[in-house]
Design a protein around this ligand. Structure first.
Ligand code: 5AD
Ligand code: SF4
Length: 447
C-alpha cells in the first residue's frame, strides 16, 4: 500500500490519563510509533500525530480527557495533516466509540483497549482511504503481549504486566467492563521479560495487574500463583527491586508476605486498597471482605514485616454511606496508620450496579473527603517524623521537578525522598540520611 502520507520522520505526542497500566500501555503506543520512524515530542502543538490514552475510572478523568481532545479542533485548523487518535478505557465503554466518532469529527482513529497493537495498521488505513476509523473489539482473552514493541519512559523502573482484566465487579467500578475478564501471562514470558530488563540495566520492576493476587487462577494450575512468581523474579541475578500492584484484600495471603521476607529484592511495600471501613459499605461495594478481615491482614503484615509501608485507596460518599459508616472509615484509618492513602469521592459510572443505587449529595461527599484527607495528612506527617535522623537506601528515579539541584527516589517501603544531587545519580542506589520532613516530603543528604 503506497502512503499518501509518510509517517517516517514525523513527530508524535502521547497524552496519558489514569493508572500505571495506562502509563505502560502508552509505552507500547510509543514503541509502535517509534517503529514507524516517528519521534516523540512533548506537546500536541509540535506533533503530527496526537494519541490520547484515556481513563474512565472517575468522571473527572473522563472530563479532563474530553476537554483536551476538544482542543484538537483548533489545532487541526492550523495543521490540516494532524492526525488525532483516541484509545484507552474511555473508548471501550458501551457505545462510546460510535458517539465519539459522530460528535468529534476531528478525531481520526478510535481504538479500544484490546487492539492498541493495531495502531500502525489503522493509521495507515486512515491516510490511504481518507476515512475516519472506529475499531473497538469486545473480545476477551486477547493478551497484548510479547509482540508489541515498547519504548520505556520510566527508567530506572520498568512496568511489567502479569495479568490483564478483572473478574471482581466491585459495584462502583468500570474496569471489568472495559478491560474484560482476568487473563494471566505465562510465568515463562514474564520472567523472560524481566531477565531482559535487568540485563538492559533497569533497577526496579513493577509487576502490574488489577488484582495481582489472583495471578494464574485462570490457568487452573496451583503451581502458577503470585507468590511463586515473585520468588522466581527475585531469583534473577543482579541488584534490583521488585514492586507490585494492586493487591486485593480478599485474595491477599500470607504467602506473599513470606515471599517478601524471603528476598531483599522484593520491596516491603504493599498497596492494599481498603475502599471503606464500614462492613455495610464494603458489602454494598461487593468487596467480599470485612473490616475485621482487612485488619487481620494488616496485623499479619506488621507481625511479619514491622517496617512495611502499607498504602491504600479509600472512597467516600458511596451510596447509602451514613455518617456512622464514614466514622468507621476514619476509625480504620486511625488504627492502620497508612503511610499514604489515595482518597477519592465516589463517582457514578454508567453501567455499574452502584449507578442504580440512591446517591449521596455532593456537599456531603466533599465534606467527608476533606475530613478524611486532613486525618491522613496528620498521620503521614507523624509517620514522617519517625524517619528523621535515620538512613535509608534509596533508588534515585529522577531530578526533583519542584526543587532545582535535587534528585528524588524511594525507600524500599515506598516513601519518596529527595536530596541534593544531579541527573548522573538516576538509576543508582544511594544511602540518604533524612534530616528534614514537611508533610509527606522527606529531605536528606546522600552519605
Ligand atoms: N469512583 C471513585 N473512585 C473509584 N475508584 C474506582 N472506581 C471508582 C469510582 N467509580 C477508585 C478505587 C480504586 C482506585 C483505582 O480508584 O479506590 O481502588
Ligand atoms: Fe475495579 Fe474492584 Fe476490579 Fe479493582 S478489583 S479493578 S476496584 S472491579
Amino acid at each position: 500500500m503506497s502512503d499518501i502520507y509518510d509517517f517516517n520522520g514525523k513527530n508524535y505526542c502521547v497524552v496519558t490519563y489514569g493508572c500505571q497500566m495506562n502509563l505502560h500501555e502508552s509505552e507500547k503506543i510509543s514503541g509502535i510509533l517509534d517503529n514507524m520512524g516517528m519521534s516523540a515530542v512533548q506537546s500536541p502543538e509540535a506533533a503530527d500525530v496526537v494519541v490520547f490514552n484515556t481513563c474512565c475510572i472517575r468522571d473527572t478523568a473522563e472530563r479532563r480527557a474530553l476537554g483536551n481532545i476538544g482542543k484538537m479542533k483548533e489545532l487541526k485548523k492550523k495543521n490540516k495533516n494532524l492526525l488525532v487518535v483516541v484509545t484507552g478505557c474511555m473508548t471501550q465503554q458501551n457505545g462510546f466509540a460510535e458517539n465519539l466518532k459522530e460528535r468529534y469529527q476531528y478525531v481520526d482513529v478510535i481504538l479500544g483497549t484490546h487492539n492498541i497493537s493495531d495502531l500502525e495498521n489503522k493509521l495507515r488505513e486512515k491516510v490511504a482511504r481518507k476515512k475516519r476509523i472506529a475499531s473497538v473489539l469486545d473480545t476477551d482473552g486477547y493478551i497484548d503481549d510479547e509482540t508489541t514493541p515498547v519504548t520505556r519512559t520510566s527508567f530506572p523502573n520498568a512496568w511489567v504486566n502479569i495479568n490483564y482484566g478483572c473478574n471482581n465487579f466491585c459495584t462502583y467500578c468500570i474496569v471489568p467492563y472495559v478491560r474484560g475478564r482476568e487473563r494471566s501471562r505465562t510465568p515463562e514470558s514474564i520472567i523472560a521479560e524481566c531477565e531482559k530488563l535487568i540485563k538492559d540495566g533497569y533497577k526496579e520492576i513493577t509487576l502490574l495487574g488489577q488484582n495481582v493476587n489472583s495471578y494464574g487462577n485462570d490457568f487452573g494450575d496451583p503451581d502458577v500463583n503470585f507468590s511463586d512468581l515473585l520468588r522466581s523474579v527475585a531469583e534473577i541475578e543482579g541488584k534490583f527491586r521488585i514492586r507490585f500492584m494492586t493487591s486485593h484484600p480478599k485474595d491477599f495471603t500470607s504467602d506473599v508476605v513470606k515471599a517478601i521476607k524471603s528476598s531483599d529484592k522484593i520491596c516491603n511495600n504493599i498497596h492494599l486498597p481498603v475502599q471503606a471501613g464500614s462492613n455495610s459499605v464494603l458489602k454494598n461495594m461487593n468487596r467480599r471482605y470485612t473490616r475485621e478481615h482487612y485488619m487481620s491482614l494488616i496485623d499479619m503484615i506488621r507481625d511479619e514485616i514491622p517496617d512495611a509501608g502499607i498504602t491504600t485507596d479509600i472512597m467516600v460518599g458511596f451510596p447509602y454511606e451514613t455518617e456512622d459508616d464514614f466514622q468507621d472509615t476514619l476509625d480504620l484509618v486511625r488504627r492502620v496508620r497508612f503511610s499514604t492513602a489515595f482518597t477519592f469521592i465516589y463517582s457514578v459510572r454508567k453501567g455499574t450496579k452502584a449507578a442504580d443505587m440512591p446517591q449521596i449529595p455532593y456537599e456531603i461527599k466533599q465534606d467527608r473527603i476533606k475530613r478524611l484527607i486532613a486525618l491522613q495528612n496528620e498521620i503521614t506527617e507523624e509517620l514522617s517524623k519517625a524517619y528523621l535522623g535515620n538512613t535509608y537506601e534509596v533508588l534515585i528515579e529522577g531530578t526533583n521537578e519542584k526543587k532545582k539541584g535535587f534528585v528524588s527516589g524511594r525507600t524500599e517501603s515506598g516513601r519518596l525522598v529527595s536530596a541534593p544531587g544531579d541527573e548522573n545519580l538516576i538509576g543508582q542506589f544511594v544511602n540518604i540520611r533524612i534530616d528534614k520532613c514537611k508533610n509527606a516530603q522527606l529531605t536528606g543528604e546522600i552519605i
